[in-house]
Write a protein of this length. Structure first.
Length: 195
């Protein structure tokens, strides 16, 4: 089983399989060093192209999938998100490499993307588990994952080496297939408030 590139869409966003044509719209959306403080590629937005090149290479050579996030309200590309760490034999993927322009924070974009990616994973791909990770210092991402219903699983200490040489502790979260109905209902309720 492989992950075909597929567009996903709801009333708020369209997730378009990442292609070279998305580079410049995403450069504009991500033109803020603060968005990249916790990134392991493109730290502090010092090399945006390295981040895009990395994702394009990963989706070309691995089962990973990445999407450009098109916000229907602003009629523009506002960020990207991915399936990575794909292990189909064990029916699990990670949602990660997620970045959105600050102008869409606290709106419908993130819950829309999570709703689409989780539904595709559990309903279409038949996954057992979807993982999410964040730099343990990234309290904004940590809270966002808890808010939509992902369960905190612990900290992997000294898990990654950042581009500046510092070690990163990583906070792990997950949603299991058995938890998906409750998470889905919670996301639907959140999105209903934006309708």
């Amino acid at each position: 089983m492989t992950l075909p590139p597929v567009a996903l869409e709801n009333a708020f966003v369209r997730l378009e399989p990442l292609e070279e044509r998305h580079r410049e719209p995403l450069r504009e959306a991500a033109n803020d060093p603060d968005l990249w403080r916790f990134a392991n590629v493109n730290l502090d937005n010092m090399n945006f192209d390295a981040g895009v090149d990395h994702r394009l290479a990963e989706i070309a050579n691995a089962p990973d999938r990445s999407w450009s996030v098109f916000d229907k309200v602003s009629n523009s590309h506002v960020g990207s998100t991915s399936y990575l760490a794909v292990v189909l034999a064990h029916k699990r993927v990670e949602i990660g490499w997620t970045c959105y322009a600050k102008r869409v924070w606290s709106g419908a974009v993130n819950p829309s993307c999570k709703r689409l990616l989780l539904a595709h994973g559990f309903n279409t791909l038949g996954l057992n588990r979807i993982e999410l990770k964040a730099d343990a210092r990234n309290t904004r991402s940590w809270k966002a994952m808890e808010r939509f219903g992902a369960k905190f699983e612990g900290i992997h200490r000294a898990h990654m080496v950042r581009p500046d040489g510092r070690l990163r502790d990583t906070a792990w979260f997950s949603v299991l297939a058995t938890e998906w109905p409750a998470v889905r209902d919670g996301l639907n309720a959140r999105l209903g408030a934006f309708a």
